[in-house]
Design a protein around this ligand. Structure first.
Ligand SMILES: Nc1nc2c(ncn2[C@@H]2O[C@H](COP(=O)(O)OP(=O)(O)OP(=O)(O)O)[C@@H](O)[C@H]2O)c(=O)[nH]1
Ligand SMILES: [Mg+2]
Length: 365
């Protein structure tokens, strides 16, 4: 049995964590009060936020799993304030985590673009890596591109700082890419959060199974250590009569991925986990698909979980070597930073001009 620590930081992180608890507790509004988590593993969840309202909004996470960092008005998308706030509360946070016991692996979920999650997460991971030897992965949500210059700037710096820590890997989720998930922002968020939760739980189930032919945490660690330590998830559920070959393909198609990438071109390693009733899992088709992918990307870990009477489902974890989409993202973020800078300079020069003009003048009444 694996001991897994799952942290959700900031509003986005809290909400995705809540979606994980929702799915794993079986769904009902009050299920958190009576049902057992449906994990094989021991999963400890902790939601961290500076905003009390964000914590209160959670429906499926126990009160004892919510940690409020008192800070007068939240950190308002300002990562410098966020970092200072983290430092002031570091010891309390580390103590809270330590009290939860020993872990084999940890995941930290956050958006890259807000203030709290994006500034706490790199610092927190750095502190945890200094204290513990278990691997730590981050699940990082990128913003919609039209959310404004501050969010773009925050996201670029957050990602950069994350990559400077010794985090074992970053799993990318892109709101922009997943925009079609909902007609309005709330349904889009709910849909995306559910997608992430579903994939995360699938992975946990696969890593913690005693069945033959499954992948384990060691395989996952090796996979994530390759390339740029960046990865994303793909996923698909088989419809009636769909061949397993097609389900595998779908999991790596734009409809299945959480971040825009070209699996056969940009991945360095991959993991394909297949679950379902034996009658759907044609071993020749599976081998064919795995071989096609591995001839392009190198090693592909493969796992099969037999679940009686269940339609097939496929999870792919793709670790990235390069990413055209991420390059594009950085370029847009640098434009955003320059825009902020220009605006600041404009304001400063206007102030200077006004003070020059007013020099030596007195108010006349
Ligand atoms: N997928 C998804 N994205 C979200 C959700 N809530 C917020 N976001 C995104 O997260 C970013 C904002 O970050 P938040 O997590 O709200 O910020 P925070 O960490 O709470 O930081 P502050 O509120 O600035 O202190 C934006 O890019 C939003 O689009 C959510 O429920 N799901
Ligand atoms: Mg917030």
């Amino acid at each position: 049995m694996l001991n897994i620590l799952l942290l959700g930081v900031g509003q986005c992180g809290n909400r995705i964590l809540d979606a994980v608890n929702h799915l794993s507790l079986g769904g009902g509004r009050f299920s958190k009060y009576y049902s057992q988590q449906q994990y094989a593993s021991n999963v400890q969840t902790i939601a961290i936020n500076t905003a009390l309202n964000d914590l209160k909004e959670m429906k499926h996470t126990r009160a004892k799993d919510r940690v409020h960092i008192p800070y007068l008005h939240g950190v308002g998308a300002n990562r410098n304030i966020g970092k200072q706030c983290f430092t002031e509360n570091r010891d309390m946070l580390l103590r809270t985590i330590e009290e939860r016991g020993n872990f084999d692996v940890a995941f930290v979920i956050t958006s890259a673009s807000g203030g709290t999650g994006s500034s706490f997460t790199p610092s927190l991971i750095k502190e945890l890596k200094e204290r513990y030897s278990f691997p730590i992965y981050a699940i990082i949500v990128l913003p919609f591109r039209e959310e404004g210059t501050l969010y773009m700037q925050n996201a670029a710096f957050c990602l950069q700082e994350m990559r400077e820590t010794s985090v074992n890997g970053i799993i990318l989720v892109d709101n922009q890419f997943l925009k079609q998930t909902g007609k309005d922002i709330k349904t889009a968020y709910d849909g995306i959060n559910r997608m992430v939760a579903e994939r995360f739980l699938f992975l946990m189930r696969a890593l913690d199974s005693e069945m033959m032919m499954v992948t384990d945490l060691g395989d996952f660690n090796t996979l994530m250590a390759s390339g740029a330590r960046l990865a994303t998830f793909g996923f698909a559920k088989g419809e009636r009569d769909q061949s397993i070959k097609d389900v595998i393909k779908h999991s790596m198609s734009p409809r299945g991925l959480l971040f825009s990438m070209l699996p056969y071109k940009e991945a360095v390693r991959a993991m394909i986990i297949i679950q379902g009733d034996k009658k759907y899992l044609d071993i020749n088709e599976i081998t064919d698909e795995v071989e096609t992918l591995s001839s392009e990307v190198g090693h592909v870990f493969k796992g099969v979980l037999i679940r009686n009477k269940e339609q097939p489902q496929v999870l792919t974890v793709l670790s990235l070597s390069t990413s055209e989409e991420l390059d594009k993202f950085y370029r847009a973020a640098i434009d955003a930073i320059n825009k902020e800078k220009e605006q600041k300079e404009k304001t400063a020069s206007q102030k200077e001009e006004a003070s020059d003009l007013l020099k030596g003048m007195e108010p006349e009444y």
